[in-house]
Design a binder for this molecule. Structure first.
Ligand SMILES: C[S@@+](CC[C@H](N)C(=O)[O-])C[C@H]1O[C@@H](n2cnc3c(N)ncnc32)[C@H](O)[C@@H]1O
Length: 284
């Protein structure tokens, strides 16, 4: 059914080798990711069911199918592997399905680059006919160093700039037809977020995919968490890449558990919230 999700990508053995590099607080989560490789479809369906308990099994399966057959997602995936840095099929399908089921009014993401995560979110927002995506990325720069932006100076390293420097604009993958629900803010996310969030009532879904260093991830989580709606969801991509425990430490301090889907971390604010169609949902 969801053939995209079963494509081999990276394999199990390299992942097991990375296990030893994880700090103790992350090893359990890393080990559980093995089950995602064994059963990608079951994993995504179980996770979506936990995050959106008001959705029944059939609705969850339909939402996943929607992502697999979404023309915009297929277009983006067709650019792999010659476009490095795109989200994987399973990540795009997961995010797309989550938006379809949770129906967030306000989505905020940090780290746009080509815009594959933005496409997954915006395509789902168009389907539900509501909601808005606020994205933050650095202004395009051609070399590492200190850049000046309206929000102030920001140090960027090579790995943070190469993705966008090769293309003509941040979010170049996002088609015109999806841009009416999109607002792009350029600058260091730790500087832009407080001001942006002060203008928004609340955040229903947050995706971290900017700088994956400990202090930066933790900093974004600290800013966003108090502004997440009850039952709101925080996603963080690449939580295992830099071998630190930012998400585990933050989850402990916030008193919640974090779940994972492959390399993505997921935290949900406790409480109930109303979805766009008025369904009450219970946070875990
Ligand atoms: C992994 S890419 C994002 C990929 C994107 N989510 C996608 O699906 O195509 C990381 C992005 O984070 C941005 N970034 C790095 N440091 C940042 C910072 N301090 N504030 C905002 N964005 C940052 C980089 O410019 C880069 O475009």
């Amino acid at each position: 059914m969801t053939g995209h999700l079963t494509r081999p990508s990276g394999g199990l053995l390299p992942r097991l080798a990375q296990f030893r590099a994880q700090p103790p607080g992350m090893r359990g989560a890393f080990a559980r990711a093995v089950f995602d490789y064994l059963d990608p479809e079951g994993s995504v369906e179980r996770l979506l069911g936990r995050l959106v308990p008001a959705a029944n099994d059939e609705e969850v399966r339909d939402a996943v199918r929607e992502g697999v057959s979404d023309p915009e997602i297929s277009r983006v995936l067709g650019l792999q592997p010659q476009t490095p840095g795109l989200l994987s099929a399973r990540e795009m399908v997961f995010i797309h399905a989550l938006v379809l089921l949770a129906r967030p009014a306000v989505v905020v993401e940090t780290g746009v680059a080509h815009g594959s995560s933005s496409v997954a979110i915006l395509s789902a927002l168009r389907k539900i006919g509501s909601g808005r995506l606020y994205s933050i990325d650095l202004p395009m720069v051609e070399r590492e160093g200190t850049i000046e932006s309206p929000e102030g100076a920001c140090d960027v390293g090579r790995e943070e700039t190469t993705l966008v420097a090769a293309y003509d604009r941040v979010g170049w993958l996002i088609p015109e037809a999806l841009r009416d629900r999109w607002e792009l803010h350029l600058g260091d996310s730790l500087r832009v977020l407080p001001d942006l969030l002060s203008r928004l009532d609340q955040v229903d879904l947050f995706l971290h995919d900017s700088l994956h260093r400990y202090a930066h991830m933790r900093g974004e989580f600290e800013i966003v968490w108090p502004r997440l709606s009850d039952g709101g969801i925080l996603l963080a991509d690449d939580i295992f890449v830099f071998h630190h425990a930012a998400i585990a430490d933050f989850a402990r301090s916030a008193g919640v558990r974090f779940r994972t889907y492959f390399g993505m971390g997921v935290m949900q604010k406790p409480g109930r919230r109303k979805t766009g169609d008025g369904r009450g949902e219970k946070g875990t």
